[in-house]
Design a protein around this ligand. Structure first.
Ligand code: 5MM
Length: 341
């Protein structure tokens, strides 16, 4: 394990004013996104779509520290034959790879899942390193509803995250550790706090037990936020106070950075909440974004599969990347959002 390299990459992933583009939608998920804009999910369309984002130079150079890719994308070439990985590197951004094989039903625990993908992972990581990946991602999914999550499901998922992270570091790849507490339910902010606290404590216990080098990791969590169907929603200041307060109690300062998922928040909501979090500086870690939907919803809509729309779609992507870059420094405002739109 090259600890210096791991720490250097982890710090670069959360560099000031930059964050991560989560473009690792699996085939099923990207099909859903394309269905919504009336685009057929073919390999060429997926390539064209991701290519225009990676060629958005201003966004990539100034605001996107790294890109999480899916297995298909890390092997794909741009239309002119250049590997997509090279486009990312040319912009000074770091290629990464999703290595989990998805959340599958957990036997005997209705409504809960376990993320699979540990078998053969050591070999796959070696191959991904050779293809250019310098970090990886594994997502555990924890749902909140009546009677769930159970302690067993949280422990099983945390254990897998620990084993994944240790395998990554052995391959000189920085693990993004993503325990996602879903915001799909009707639960309130306090319930999200309680579940996220148990999840984070359990995950860090497993990382300690697996002897993971924390300085060479990045945490990708949910914010502490009420469920989408909750009667009472919360303001960015309330979400920021709950999130930072909880993380200070559960996340070791050896972790260089926390890169949030957007989890179904609207794009501007995800930016406003990240901004409120960074207005609570000084913080013990960099706190930035690793957004999928909140970075891509606008460019997807603007593109809608038409080559003539590529410039507008790149502008939409650049705008969201810039707004989130500002939020990652606590310097975003509604006025900038509107002025640049
Ligand atoms: C981009 O979506 C990622 C892959 O999802 P699937 O494996 O379900 O296809 C997803 O893991 C994503 O990286 C995180 O959920 C964060 O994305 P959001 O959209 O929540 O910011």
């Amino acid at each position: 394990m090259n600890k210096d390299q791991l720490e250097k990459v982890a710090r670069a992933m959360v560099a000031e004013g930059k964050g991560i583009l989560a473009a690792d939608e699996s085939s099923g998920t990207i099909k859903k996104r394309f269905d919504a804009i009336g685009v057929e999910s073919t390999a060429d369309n997926r390539r064209d779509y991701r290519e225009f984002m990676f060629r958005s130079m201003d966004a990539m150079k100034n605001h996107i520290s790294g890109v999480i890719l899916y297995d298909e994308t890390i092997r794909q070439n741009a239309k002119d034959g250049t590997p997509l990985v090279k486009l990312i590197e040319a912009a000074g951004s770091i290629p990464g790879i999703k290595v989990d094989e998805g959340a599958k039903p957990l036997p005997n625990y209705p409504g809960e899942t376990i993320t699979e993908g540990l078998d053969g992972l050591a070999g796959r990581l070696k191959e991904y390193y050779d293809l250019g990946a310098r970090f990886a991602k594994w997502r555990a999914v924890i749902d909140i509803a009546d009677g769930i999550p159970t302690e067993y499901a949280v422990r099983a998922n945390a254990h897998a995250l620990g084993r994944y992270a240790a395998l990554c570091q052995e391959a000189d790849i920085v693990p993004i550790v993503e325990p996602e507490v879903l915001m799909d339910g009707a639960h309130d902010l306090d319930r999200c706090y309680e579940v996220t606290e148990f999840v984070l404590r359990t995950v860090f216990n497993e990382l300690f037990d697996a002897r993971v080098f924390l300085e060479g990791t990045v945490l990708k969590p949910n914010m502490v936020i009420p469920g989408k169907k909750a009667e009472k929603q919360a303001s960015p200041d309330q979400i920021a106070a709950a999130t930072v307060g909880l993380f200070k109690r559960c996340v070791p300062v050896a972790v260089p950075g926390i890169a949030f998922l957007s989890g179904g928040q609207s794009d501007v909501e995800a930016t406003a909440n990240l901004d409120a979090i960074n207005r609570l500086r000084p913080l013990p870690w960099a706190m930035t974004f690793s957004y999928g939907r909140a970075l891509q919803a606008a460019p997807q809509k603007a593109w809608s599969g038409k080559p003539a729309n590529v410039n507008a779609a790149q502008a939409a992507f650049t705008h969201r990347a810039r707004m989130n870059g500002l939020a990652a420094m606590g310097r975003w405002s509604q006025d900038q959002e509107k002025a640049a739109a």
